[in-house]
Design a binder for this molecule. Sequence first.
Ligand SMILES: Nc1ncnc2c1ncn2[C@@H]1O[C@H](COP(=O)(O)OP(=O)(O)OP(=O)(O)O)[C@@H](O)[C@H]1O
Length: 373
Amino acid sequence: MDDRLNFIVEWYDPHAALIRRYQFLYYTKDNTVEMYDIKNRRIFLKRSKYDQLELSDLHIGANINIHSRQLKFVDYGDEATKKKLSSTLEKTIAMIKPDAVSKVGHIMDMIFSDGFHMSKAIMAQLSRTDAQRFYAVHQQKPFFNELVDFITSGKVVAMELIGNDAVKHWRTLAGPTDSAVARSEAPNSVRARFGTDKQTNAVHGGDSPENAAKELNIFFGPQPQKNTAKLLDCTCCVIKPHAVSAGHAGKIIIAIQDAGFEVSALQMFNMERANAEEFFEVYKGVVAEYTDMVQELTSGPCIALEITGKGKQTPDEFREFVGPADPEIARHLRPRTLRAVYGQDKIHNGVHCTDLAEDALLETEYFFRILAQ
Ligand SMILES: Nc1ncnc2c1ncn2[C@@H]1O[C@H](COP(=O)(O)OP(=O)(O)OP(=O)(O)O)[C@@H](O)[C@H]1O
């Protein structure tokens, strides 16, 4: 049974208003899952195929939607699973510094292309106090104050990355500290492409799993950073789970920025079914695909973007840019639109964007104020 991974997961049952615990078994050979109700000692989900799941999705702290239930992976279910996964998978922090936030699409694309799994992401503006905590190890260095000035000079994007040997892997992709050295020694690294010098060097990486955990805690811990949504002359774009898991998020953001829009806030979410239903409520009874749309939006992490940059015209211009809801039609009529390029069908159409200009603020608030709380 060495192909069976065993976890303890929790699910918040909204009807009973209590947290239920299950044993979650994942069989890697045939992509099947099985769940066992720990308290009532009975099978909860018979072993069945679940092809959307990948090994890299399974880690402690993950939120995964299985049949519309959002499961939180709280522990390993046995020693063998613990040994197997904790020796291979590692978490790290990647942070895009203020000088390279305008390149967020390109950097995310490099991250996805290199095989990382992204489990959390937020665009934030660090306060001086948090920046000092973040760089506490450099407190005695002569460049400490300058570094804090730099890191608080604009927005940053923090990401939790998971992968084999993730700490070392991300530091290699980031490249040498000095961007000039990076350009001569590691020309394909992030710092070679987007850094300027020793300090203004595009990205940060945790230097050990322990420090990465501390730094991640500053962004995603019990007192998480706030997102940077302006909620003014904006519209809402959601990179759907299928597009995130296919690794298209970076390319989609590049296309959005190249078209002259600004990504003024960004945050990754794991949608609960009730939230997805509420968000898509206007389509209920109107669009035949409503139920499938809800199902898709809860099938994995999505990335919400606040789009600005075209003043009051932002919602209308962005909707034009995204293209018709059906990618088949989009490919026919407007082949350069986002949905023509990244959509598969009406459900898996790459991105959601606000349809009516008057709903744009409400939808942006739904993600960046209500869900973000
Ligand atoms: N001599 C310096 N002058 C100015 N800034 C510096 C200098 N050395 C390092 N820094 C800044 O401090 C950050 C942390 O320095 P460190 O030596 O830990 O580099 P690193 O581990 O490659 O980078 P990071 O920790 O950001 O991933 C650097 O990324 C850079 O922004």
